[in-house]
Ligand binder design. Structure first.
Ligand SMILES: [Zn+2]
Length: 178
């Protein structure tokens, strides 16, 4: 059957593939079975060699599909409320730091911060070398907190440039004095 129309050929191939899908997959799997290690090695080498190109490609695709994906997620969440809350619960447990960072952003938003930036608290502690911006002494892990240089209540933003590492106690004693 000759195909003058490339679209008809494409359709024919797609239908044939759909019909034989299982058989094709099994055949390919059988052929690759002995070469599993070889294939794995090849893929690894390919990924390493094309690292930048691949990650750019992935990022572009992620951005391009963003709206579509968000809409699909929203739809799924509405249909599966129980599964969604279970997912949330597990995610909170798995990423306690992200949860804390999220709570800080939420609190700043509620208190009326004009700008809320997304960053990790850890990143600020590292940036400030775990030194307290208020008393200028080192901070031990467990005593750390994020201090807004200009307090949110005084119009300060929740941004990297307006936060610094501080002792929890120094931060609390400072209160909202600018
Ligand atoms: Zn301090």
């Amino acid at each position: 059957m000759p195909y003058a129309d490339p679209e008809a050929k494409r359709r024919y191939d797609a239908e044939r593939y759909a019909r034989n899908r299982k058989a094709v997959k099994e055949r390919v799997a059988a052929r690759l079975k002995d070469k599993l290690e070889e294939v794995r090695e090849y893929r690894k080498k390919y990924r390493t060699a094309n690292k930048d190109r691949l990650s750019q490609h992935d990022a572009a695709r992620y951005q391009a599909n963003r709206e579509k994906r968000d809409a699909a997620t929203k739809k799924w969440s509405a249909r599966n409320p129980a599964a969604r809350s279970e997912q949330r619960r597990r995610s909170k447990k798995k990423h306690p730091d992200s949860q804390r960072d999220y709570k800080k952003r939420r609190k700043a938003r509620i208190r009326g911060a004009a700008r809320v930036e997304r960053f990790k608290a850890e990143e600020i502690y590292e940036r400030d070398h775990w030194m307290c911006g208020i008393c200028h002494k080192p901070i031990l892990s467990g005593d750390e907190s994020l201090d807004h240089v200009v307090p949110v209540s005084k119009g300060g933003e929740h941004t990297r440039s307006n936060v610094r590492a501080a002792h929890f106690v120094c931060n609390r004693n400072r209160g909202n004095r600018a």
